[in-house]
Design a protein around this ligand. Structure first.
Ligand code: CDP
Ligand code: MG
Length: 191
């Protein structure tokens, strides 16, 4: 089924001039870029994107705790509190300098793009993934500096989040469906 997903090239990707590299990975896969813009994230938009949603805040906190515990470090802080702290750091980071918002369309694009992006912490993201190839930041390094993990890119993690996030960054008229030439080959009917 054709899906749409929301990708953000965060300030570190733009500042490190990785915009073209990342976009070309999606293009070469055959996915279709149907929305693209550079902008500064307003505080309200950053707050909507990293929503003040207890379930998400807890999940970010839990993931962080697990990652520390895997390294033998016990964390006593409540996951919800960790999530709140990270949300505030993330919002500030997103507003630091221009970002690029992208809407990508294709069959199974949501999960494939997540696979191409790689694990949250670039330190453990697989080579071949965007985070694994272009960054090495870690939970530890980020926490020591009181900043969020700089992992270059955001990608929607489900149909529901994709739908919610695309609406935050793009108006309907900013999305541009069109045909790629390779669709004739991909979707041809063989008699
Ligand atoms: O981006 P992803 O879906 O992989 O991770 P997330 O759990 O949705 O967290 C959103 C973002 O929060 C991550 O991409 C990191 O930039 C940031 N984060 C962080 O800075 N420190 C953590 N301990 C956890 C997440
Ligand atoms: Mg996420």
């Amino acid at each position: 089924m054709i899906e749409r997903t929301l990708v953000l090239l965060k300030p570190d990707a733009v500042q490190r001039a990785l915009v073209g590299e990342v976009l070309s990975r999606f293009e070469r896969t055959g996915f279709k870029i149907i929305g693209l813009k550079m902008c500064y994230a307003a505080k309200e938009t950053a707050g909507q994107h990293y929503a003040d949603d207890e379930q998400w805040l807890r999940s970010v906190g839990e993931k962080t705790k697990k990652s520390y515990e895997a390294k033998g470090v016990q964390v006593s802080e409540d996951p919800l509190e960790i999530g709140k702290r990270i949300r505030s750091q993330l919002m500030d980071f997103l507003m630091l300098s221009p970002i690029v918002a992208v809407c990508v369309e294709g069959h199974g694009v949501i999960s494939k793009v997540r696979t191409m992006v790689g694990a949250t912490a670039p330190s453990s993201a697989m080579p071949g993934t965007i985070r694994g190839d272009f960054a090495f930041d870690s939970y530890g390094l980020a926490d020591k500096s009181g900043r969020p993990i700089q992992n270059l890119i955001h990608a929607s993690d489900s149909r529901e989040s994709a739908e919610r996030e695309i609406k935050i960054w793009f108006k309907d008229e900013e999305l541009h469906p069109y045909q790629r030439v390779d669709e004739a080959l991909l979707y041809r009917k063989v008699e």
